[in-house]
Design a protein around this ligand. Sequence first.
Ligand SMILES: Cc1cc2nc3c(=O)[nH]c(=O)nc-3n(C[C@H](O)[C@H](O)[C@H](O)COP(=O)(O)O)c2cc1C
Length: 447
Amino acid sequence: MSPHENFSFQSTDELLGKAKELGVELPYQESLSDLFESISLGTKKISNRLAIQPMEGFDGMADGSPDELTFRRYKKYAQGGSGLIWFEATAVVPEGRSNPSQLMLTPHTLDVFKSLLDQTREIAIRSLGSTHEVYCVLQITHSGRFSRPSGKPEPWAACFNPLLDRDAQNIHVASDEELLRLEDVFVNAAQLAFQAGFDAVDVKACHGYLINDLLGAHTRKDSRFGETFEKRISFLLDIVQRIRENVPRLGVAVRLNASDNIPYPYGFGMSREDSDEADLTEALTLVKQLIDQGCLLFNITLGIPHHTPHFGRPFDRPVGEVPVPDEHPLVGVGRLLKTAGKFQSAFPDVPFVSTGFSWLRRFFPHVGAAMVGSGESTFIGLGRSSFAYPDAPKDLMHTGALDPQKTCITCSRCSELIEGGYSTGCVIRDSEIYGPHYQKFLARQRA
Ligand SMILES: Cc1cc2nc3c(=O)[nH]c(=O)nc-3n(C[C@H](O)[C@H](O)[C@H](O)COP(=O)(O)O)c2cc1C
């Protein structure tokens, strides 16, 4: 029988009992006060530990500008009271877009990004008061192997990967010269992000996209960016170093895959002895080097969604035809939290965002508070929950609890919408907008 089970817990005792039965160390505390301890980051004082994780909405314009639905999403995030808003994956070049509606930061789209950011800050203050400062990070990225700039795959990879690629012929392996040119583009994007008013950029190094792909490029031969650890990390380190030099007043963050869950030599952060086991040694060493270069914030995640989606986002119901994983979702939640905790404990003076809370529904604040209280995480990052329940922080402030009727149910419909090429959000809790998108998606599936 599959160990996978849908969420069914009615009480804390039931949840903690299941965790114990599964051997999952799930931190938990009744008091939520640790979530509302303010913290300084750079020159800002952030009023709470709740963070919106980067969540692509697939709702930008053809030129990469944020559109109406993008403005609507960020308005809801700002009203909701999170102290940290980590803006979604934003392409640095057209060919690196994950889809034709992915946001893209260029000189041409700069003014619209600026308006989006101004709106976000203004609404946050209007909603929470003048003492509420919101820290805004922009995730900049190249989608690499998962680029679909015109809706069809146009992969751009560090090397052919037999566990991810069907056919070597269709993969464009980026040359060193192309990568060197791309470094300039990332630095320019960071400059634009600073002009737009972001507090920091995240040089995205997770979920199998280009920079993460380079971290695991053990089989990339005769290149300054492959094989040895020093060479595999040099693209990311070069970019971070150059941003620090060229845009010194902009913070630099990294969302990092601690481990890809793809056996060595085809993934990052895997044991060389046991092909299924993560080995965090390289990721920890990389973080140390990034801190030495001046990175001020990290966000730890796992896995490659296109390969093992449950590693990064434990769910009740998988996307479409994807089989239910052979693992209880609570095991996945425990893995994500424990991994983030290892990084935070290794570098206690630097803030880390942990992820994997949405599956816990109304219990997540207590697990998150225990992570913060025990020093295993500085911020609690919410992904799908932010689509479903963007005002969760405000409800926690006002009532001390979440409304079970508003929580994410981890049904994967938001992921199905993006796989179908539709703008996404919560089909269940924001059904007025996303229900019709999902009906169209289903109709197309049936046709
Ligand atoms: C629809 C969708 C879009 C996402 N977009 C991004 C993104 O732009 N950047 C990123 O780093 N992660 C992205 N993620 C992953 C989330 O940030 C988060 O890590 C994941 O959903 C697990 O957190 P949760 O359990 O709170 O949902 C996305 C996930 C989903 C479902």
